[in-house]
Design a protein around this ligand. Structure first.
Ligand SMILES: Cc1cc2nc3c(=O)[nH]c(=O)nc-3n(C[C@H](O)[C@H](O)[C@H](O)COP(=O)(O)OP(=O)(O)OC[C@H]3O[C@@H](n4cnc5c(N)ncnc54)[C@H](O)[C@@H]3O)c2cc1C
Length: 494
């Protein structure tokens, strides 16, 4: 078993891991690093998902990296364009050569005496286990399981003669041309799939248990188009990025402070795009307030267009059972289907499934408290990237990576080796994700907590986080800097 050492070990070569490595190159060029990636390619989410129409639902001026302008004309981009952007960024910053593919990290153990992590990874291709040591461990493993999406147990699938597919594993050979398709779900994936499939299918039915807020946005950003005509990309990009950040922040704050008004505006906008007499209350009027769950964006209202033209329809009901021909609903109606797509969500997975131990004690994840939404109480020299739930993931990923670079420089400057977050001494602890979506509720008990005040509380507010993480103090009541070998003080909350 060969062991080598790097200053920083990054886990995952998706949007976040590649971004983290680029930030290191830019701000800490003297640090050695490696990226361990379980798959055999770069891109994470944007390589894994291959279903028809796969795209972002954030604008790419905020889903793109702060340091590399998004120059594609489309503001809401398809999966392949995003994958290409991540790959090119990795190439441009010399990151690709630092990635070790097919290395699935399974465990990391901290030794306070040496101020080092020993990290173990399985190689799926050779069944070998390798060990590396690092001074700082940076987890960029995303938030869900790659091997299996979430599918509830539906009765009666055995006799069903058609095909059942999950969007996370879209079969290359599936031709839906002229077929009747039922898409079960109402989240971002379902609203993306329905108009894309409807282009060639005989008919697409979106079968939802309950509605989601759906908002149409232009796929091109006119302000960006205008600015890019006059300014170099590097100058136009931050302007458009901040314009979009402020618009999204205003939209979120309106929803939080005046949910009734936000709801009215969203439903009115949907009604305008649907045929006269359409039952908006039944199909597009959720039981929850806007932003209690993520809002679904449809570029240029493509979902509404598919519904208007009759190529697609929405049914709000529950599955009673699959039948030989399709799906029977609780109302008794049967939907005939040649293909059923279960767009029923993801399985959340913290830290890419790896386990952690600190000085011989196992880390109990739900017993830890997140510090600034990126480190864990009692876990030294460790950071993780979890993006925003109400804005583009990369906005937070960039801030986390910038903050890690600040921490590393601070340790060097002060001649210390260890940074350990502490839990809050008092106050209420809350779930780390405050959405009420099913995939969150199913797993939230297995995740770290957040506190009720800064620096342990997540405000889901990018402008506020910019001040805190880019310009705020590194030393505060929630963190301790020390030398290697210093015994840990109380780091677990009683
Ligand atoms: C279909 C879909 C659409 C989305 N659209 C948007 C959007 O429009 N806007 C937005 O903000 N967010 C969106 N998201 C969330 C999205 O996941 C993030 O935008 C972003 O891609 C996350 O990047 P990441 O690198 O953190 O994680 P991922 O993209 O999940 O990449 C994680 C990488 O880590 C690797 N990995 C995991 N565990 C291990 C391990 N133990 N060892 C080694 N490697 C490991 C994985 O193989 C993968 O390559 C979407 C998610 C999905 C599923």
């Amino acid at each position: 078993m060969a062991t080598d050492h790097v200053d920083v070990l990054i886990v995952g070569a998706g949007l976040s891991g590649v971004g983290a490595a680029c930030h290191l190159r830019r701000h800490c060029p003297e640090k050695t690093y490696a990226v361990l990636e379980a798959r055999d390619t770069i891109g994470g989410t944007w390589d894994l998902f291959r279903y028809p129409g796969v795209r972002s639902d954030s604008d790419m001026f905020t889903l793109g990296y702060s340091f590399r302008p998004w120059t594609n004309p489309k503001a809401i981009a398809d999966g392949a364009a995003i994958r290409d952007y991540v790959r090119r960024t990795a190439q441009e910053y010399g990151v690709t050569d630092h990635i070790r593919f097919r290395h699935r990290v399974v465990r990391a153990e901290w030794d306070g005496g040496r101020a080092r992590w020993t990290v173990r990874a399985h190689r799926d291709d050779s069944a070998e286990t390798i060990e590396l040591t690092c001074s700082f461990l940076f987890i960029c493993s995303g938030y869900y399981r790659y091997d299996a999406g979430y599918t509830p147990e539906f009765p009666g699938t055995e006799p069903y003669a058609g095909r059942i597919v999950h969007p996370q594993h879209w079969p290359e050979d599936l031709d839906h041309t002229g077929r009747r398709v039922v898409v079960i779900g109402s989240g971002a994936t379902a609203v993306t799939l329905v108009p894309a499939l409807a282009e060639r299918a005989a008919h697409v039915t979106m079968l939802q248990r309950s509605p989601t807020y759906v908002m149409a946005l232009p796929s091109r950003d006119v302000v960006a188009d205008a600015l890019r005509r006059w300014l170099p990309a590097k100058a136009a990009y931050p302007v458009v990025r901040w314009k979009n950040v402020l618009l999204a922040t205003a939209n979120f704050q309106l929803s939080r402070r005046a949910p009734a008004l936000a709801r009215k505006l969203l439903l009115r906008a949907a009604r305008r795009r649907l045929p006269a007499g359409y039952d908006v209350d039944r199909h597009f009027s959720p039981r929850y307030a806007p932003w209690d769950q993520r809002l679904c964006v449809v570029p240029d209202g493509d979902l509404f267009t598919a519904l208007r033209t009759g190529r697609a329809s929405v049914v709000t009901d529950t599955v009673d059972t699959f039948t030989e021909r399709g799906v029977r609903l609780s109302s008794g109606e049967e939907l005939a289907a040649d293909v059923v797509v279960t767009a029923t969500g993801l399985n959340l997975l913290a830290l890419g499934g790896m386990t952690l131990a600190v000085d011989g004690t196992e880390v109990d994840l739900p017993g830890t408290v997140a510090y600034k939404g990126m480190m864990l109480s009692g876990v030294p020299n460790f950071a993780m990237t979890i993006g925003y739930t109400n804005a583009s993931w990369t906005l937070k990923a960039d801030l986390v990576a910038t903050y890690v670079c600040r921490l590393l420089r601070h340790l060097d400057r002060t001649g210390q080796q260890v940074v350990t977050p502490l839990p809050p001494a008092d106050g209420e602890l809350q779930p780390i994700i405050d959405l009420t979506a099913g995939y969150v509720l199913r797993s939230v008990d297995a995740l770290p907590k957040q506190g009720d005040r800064a620096p342990w509380r997540l405000y889901q507010n990018y402008p506020r986080d910019v001040l805190l993480m880019r310009h705020g103090r590194l030393s505060d009541e929630g963190v301790r800097f020390s030398h290697a070998g210093t015994p840990e003080r109380r780091t677990v909350r009683a």
